[in-house]
Design a protein around this ligand. Structure first.
Ligand code: FES
Length: 242
């Protein structure tokens, strides 16, 4: 057993105090995850301490937060790999509701804006949509996104422009553009080529660095830009010679 110091962001809109950090001495054991350490604090020090979690196995995306200067999933982070004092903050760019819990509505509003569902181009088949192994491979990379918000929190463009669709939504947009069963690629490309879409990305790659699923939203955004340029939508006259 090893006692480690945690500096945890605290904010309760009902107690009248300004946001602050609170320090806890946590008894850690080998193999303990950061999420388990947060539960230890809640169960042993302060039952009012608020954070999100669900699956505890890096699948649901609930426990993303700012961990010692980067972003990641608490349930996938081993405490013994963190340098103390372990400093924990909520995801950035989103309103803090309490402690580590932020309002994810703007994040999911951006996601909804890209129409994250299949829009078939023809009448539905009698039984089921067929997708070849090769076509499925084209979206293998993008479907693994668990919408945790690590990429969004790390993105300086999202920080400066809340209307920017964000790396999570744009990666999902490519997931549908590249899906052989979808019939709305042009509509989707026009959507992400809009004022708050792909051309806001400054190709900083923070999103790729922090993604807990090793995905590459910056690369996805670059692919979308390329597809848009190739299509030569009317507005593209300002970007390419025709
Ligand atoms: S609790 Fe589900 S991803 Fe961490």
């Amino acid at each position: 057993m090893r006692t480690m110091t945690f500096k945890v962001f605290r904010y309760d809109p009902d107690d009248g105090r300004d946001p602050h950090f609170q320090t806890f001495a946590v008894e850690t054991v080998k193999g303990m995850t950061l999420l388990e350490a947060l539960y230890w604090i809640m169960e042993n020090k302060d039952p009012s301490f608020a954070f999100r979690s669900s699956c505890r196995e890096a699948n649901c995306g609930s426990c993303a937060m700012h961990i010692n200067g980067s972003y990641g999933l608490a349930c996938r982070t081993q405490v013994e790999n963190l340098k103390p004092p372990i400093t924990i903050r909520p995801l950035a760019h989103l309103q803090v509701l309490k402690d580590l819990v932020v309002d994810m509505k703007p994040f999911f509003d951006n996601f909804k804006a890209i129409k994250p569902y299949l829009i078939p181009g023809e009448d539905p088949p009698e039984k089921e949509y067929y997708q070849s192994v090769e076509d499925r491979k084209k979206i293998d990379h993008h479907v693994d996104c668990i919408m945790c918000g690590s990429c969004y929190g790390s993105c300086p463009v999202a920080y400066g422009d809340p209307k920017y669709l964000g790396p999570h939504a744009l990666l999902k947009a490519l997931r549908f553009v590249d899906d052989s069963r979808d019939g709305a690629a042009d509509e989707r490309l026009a959507m992400v080529a809009s004022e708050f879409g792909v051309f806001r990305c400054h190709t900083i790659f923070n999103c790729q660095l922090v993604c807990p699923k090793d995905l590459n939203p910056t690369g996805a955004i670059s692919k979308l830009k390329n597809k848009i340029v190739v299509k030569k939508f009317p507005f593209m006259k300002i970007f390419v010679k025709t």
